[in-house]
Design a protein. Sequence first.
Length: 468
Amino acid sequence: MGASAYMQERGYSSEAKASWKEDRMSRVVQRVELVEETGGVVGVLKREGDWQRADWRWQMTHRLTALSELRALVEGFEPSEGQLRVSMRYPFAVTPYYLSLIESFTPEDPIFRMAVPLAEEEDDAPALFRDPLAEEEEEHRPVAGLIHRYPDRVVLLMNGLCPVYCRHCTRKRFVGIEKAAASSEQIEGWIRYLRETPSIRDVILSGGDPLTLSDSRLERVIAAVRSVPSVEIIRIGTRIPVLMPMRITSELCAMLERYHPIWVVTHFNHPRELTAQAAQACDRLLRAGVPVNNQSVLLRGINDHPDILEALCRKLLMNRIKPYYLHQSDLVQGIEHLRTPISRGIQIMEALRGRLGGLGIPQYVIDLPRGGGKVPILPNYILSMSPEYTVLRNFEGRIVTYPEPCISAASKVGVNQQEGEGEQGKRAGIGGRMRGGVADQLAGLDTRPLIPQKPDTGGSAKGENGDR
């Protein structure tokens, strides 16, 4: 919905609308004059030099959005033709703050590698997809902008705008291209679906980045979601504390505090991203009662070494941020140069197990293609199993034998538990509700697959999965 339509919907007078238009035009003229006087964003940044200014609106309006601007600002940076082509296909934008974290404007710098297009993004490897998690398929998207893959939770795509367009983004297909925020009609559709589907307990606000919205606009959605009786928790998926920490204002935190329980899941990939400003932003959320979890993506040339991830996890814990997930990168077009083998992730997880306590170790997961959900990936610590013993290996490589309980006693208890599982589920208020997969089997309910099963028609992988 445009601003004029929104004002019409809210009953603004013609005088108020005219005043708003006049003020907006005045601000546009001021912006043009600023560009002419200072040479645009590059001129402002060169003149003022304060790339870490603590004003999030200033950061957004002074983002670099073209490689030509970066070339004019940074001496010695010369984008290749391949980089320029990539920036036309997958948009480029970076805040002055995040730009200031780059130490070397080369692909060897991890921050540069996450923020600046590289020619390798043109490589459309056969295994990669435009929409790797099938978020746009009707079976996962019952309402526009709402993704429902797991029985008890949904994702709401609030917008397509981010302060920085990360080069490893799983939604490269639309982020930075379709920037508009969700309309009032779309939000109403979400709330109607939530009310009609009481099995949904967990709502995740995502995008783009929902925290690029104003406090008032964000609160409209949060308040509407919180009004649904069956919704238990609200999560906000955001990279704002990493890319533009000054957005986490005391006003924002006070607003979030009114709608608890709210959780924030953020996305630090490298210890250099966890600056003093970023730590302060997370501290403000924590002091407002908002738990902060972190999910990282395993990325080649950025954090694919145990020393780097150990340093990140330790730094997160020191700032009361829980390392939550370490994601194997999704099979999304444009990131083949950033992907690591799964074997490398397992090696890193083995190394972390010996170096960090359990509180500091994230769960290594793969989000399966076609909307299959997350699967945890663990090193193989079980060497063999029998009814009497299980043989295990610890992080040092030492072999240990663990004796199993008495077979007859275990069998008896197992039978009793199995017979009573359905009744226990009913008493707990979950009887008869479909949850999917093994969870339904354990509760004695009918099962349904989390991944829609399609008959094998002998078609190609591309035909089954859609546009890659």
